[in-house]
Design a protein around this ligand. Structure first.
Ligand code: PLP
Length: 398
C-alpha cells in the first residue's frame, strides 16, 4: 500500500484496528498511575527504557502516546514528546539543550512569550541570547559564535508572518555544528515539514491549529528518537509540564479535521487578505500567499499551505482597535489563533518592543517599517469568506 496522504493519516495514523465491540474513538486514559511490578520499571526516569510499560502519566500515558505517534507521522518525524502547552514544549527544549555559558541565536520576530523566555529566563541562567533577522540567513550565520548551541526560528513568524528559509538556515547552522529548532505552529504539518528541510527539532503549540477548537492547551517537540528520549527523561519528567490526557484527546479529535480545516483557512485567508489589501484604510496586509508579501516566492517554494493568519496595518491604531472590538459581529476581539472561529487582536509596536523584543536599533527600525504603530493580527476562521469580509467592511468604515 502506498503511504497514506496526510488527510488519511490525520484520521488513522498510529491507530490500531479494534475487536468487535471495542470503541472506534480513542479512550481518555484518565489515570495517573498504572499497575506496576518490581521487575517492570525502576523508580527513576533515568532507568526508563524505550519500551517501558506505562508507569506514571507524567512519564507517559496511552492517550498522549497516540497523539505523539500521530503527530510524528504527520510531521515525518521519528518521534514526538507532548507537553502542557507550546511554551512548556519550547522551554523544555531550550533547557535540555542549553546550559550556563552557552549561546542561543533567536529569530528577531517570534511569539512574544518565547522572546521573553529567552531574554529573561535564559539570560538569568547564564545563557546569552542574540536576536537576528531570520528572513536573512546570512544574519543568522553572522550571529553564531563558538558558544552557540541552538538557533531557534519561527516561520511564519508571529505576529507579522515573515517567512524564513529553513533549508538555508539549517545549512548555516550545521556548518558551525549548531542545531536548529523551528516553531512551525502557524504553518502546521500540512504547510511545512521543517525536518525534511534540515531542521533538528520542530515545535508546535498544539493549542492553535492542531487542536483547532480553542478548548485545550498543548505543545509538542518532534525530532529523532534519541533526542526525544532525552527530552522525555529530562525536562518532561523533571520540569513536569505534562499534557493532560483529556487535552490530548481533544487535540487528537482536532487533528482529525486539520487537513480539511487548513484548506479552508487558507482559502478564506486568500479572500480576506485580498479584501484588506485593497481597503483604503489599510496600509499593508501581510499573508504569505499574497504576491505582495516580502517572502512570497520563498513561501511558494517552501510551503504547501499558506495558513490562515493575516497581519495588517491601518490608520487609527488603538482607536481603530477599539472601533473593531465594538463593531465586529462575527470576528471576536481576542488573543490566540488557529481556531474554527475568527479572532482579531491589536499589538501596538511600542508595547511589543518594550515588553518582549530586545532588538538592535536596525532591527527595531525594520520592524517598525513593517508593523507601523501596531499590527492587527487576524486569525481567519472557517466562517463563510464573504460574511467575514462584510463584517470587516462594516467594522472598518469611517
Ligand atoms: N508558538 C507560537 C507561534 C505561538 O503563537 C504561541 C502562542 O500564541 C506559542 C508558541 C505558545 O503556545 P501556548 O500558548 O500553547 O503555550
Amino acid at each position: 500500500m502506498k503511504t497514506p496522504a496526510p488527510s488519511t493519516q490525520a484520521l488513522h495514523g498510529a491507530a490500531t484496528r479494534g475487536e468487535v465491540g471495542e470503541p472506534l474513538s480513542p479512550s481518555v486514559v484518565a489515570s495517573t498511575s498504572f499497575y506496576s511490578h518490581p521487575d517492570a520499571a525502576g523508580f527513576s526516569a533515568n532507568e526508563m527504557g524505550e519500551s517501558a510499560p506505562y508507569f506514571y502519566t507524567r512519564w507517559g500515558n496511552p492517550t498522549i502516546d497516540l497523539l505523539e505517534k500521530r503527530l510524528a507521522i504527520l510531521e515525518h518525524a521519528e518521534a514526538a514528546v507532548c507537553f502542557a502547552s507550546g511554551m512548556a514544549a519550547t522551554s523544555a527544549l531550550f533547557l535540555s539543550l542549553l546550559k550556563a555559558g552557552d549561546h542561543l541565536v533567536l529569530a528577531n520576530v517570534c511569539y512574544a512569550g518565547v522572546a521573553e523566555l529567552a531574554q529573561e529566563t535564559l539570560t538569568r541562567l547564564g545563557i546569552s541570547v542574540t536576536t537576528a533577522d531570520a528572513t536573512k540567513p546570512e544574519r543568522i550565520a553572522a550571529a553564531i559564535t563558538p558558544q552557540t548551541r541552538l538557533v531557534h526560528i519561527e516561520t511564519p513568524g508571529n505576529p507579522i508572518f515573515c517567512v524564513a528559509d529553513v533549508e538555508a538556515i539549517a545549512r548555516v547552522a550545521h556548518e558551525r555544528g549548531v542545531r536548529l529548532s523551528v516553531d512551525s505552529t502557524i504553518a502546521t504539518p500540512l504547510g511545512l515539514r521543517p525536518l525534511e528541510l534540515g531542521a533538528d527539532f520542530v515545535i508546535h503549540s498544539l493549542t492553535k491549529y492542531a487542536c483547532g477548537h480553542g478548548d485545550a492547551l498543548g505543545g509538542a517537540v518532534l525530532g529523532c528518537t534519541e533526542d526525544m528520549n532525552e527530552l522525555r527523561k529530562g525536562p518532561l519528567v523533571h520540569l513536569g509540564a505534562s499534557l493532560h490526557p483529556m487535552a490530548a484527546w481533544l487535540i487528537l479529535r482536532g487533528l482529525e479535521t486539520l487537513p480539511a480545516r487548513m484548506a479552508l483557512h487558507q482559502a478564506n485567508a486568500a479572500r480576506v487578505a485580498e479584501f484588506l489589501e485593497s481597503h483604503p484604510r489599510v496600509h499593508h496586509a501581510y499573508w504569505p500567499g499574497l504576491s505582495s508579501h516580502p517572502q512570497h516566492e520563498l513561501a511558494r517554494r517552501q510551503m504547501k499551505n499558506f495558513s490562515g493568519m493575516i497581519a495588517f496595518t491601518a490608520s487609527g491604531g488603538v482607536a481603530l482597535a477599539r472601533q473593531l472590538a465594538d463593531r465586529m459581529r462575527l470576528i471576536s476581539y481576542a488573543v490566540s489563533l488557529g481556531k474554527t472561529k475568527s479572532l482579531l487582536f491589536y499589538i501596538p509596536t511600542d508595547d511589543l518592543l518594550r515588553t518582549s523584543y530586545r532588538l538592535s536599533e536596525d532591527d527595531a527600525r525594520a520592524f517598525r517599517e513593517t508593523a507601523g504603530e501596531g499590527i492587527f493580527r487576524l486569525s481567519v476562521g472557517l466562517e463563510d469568506a464573504e460574511d467575514l469580509i462584510e463584517d470587516l467592511r462594516q467594522a472598518l468604515a469611517d
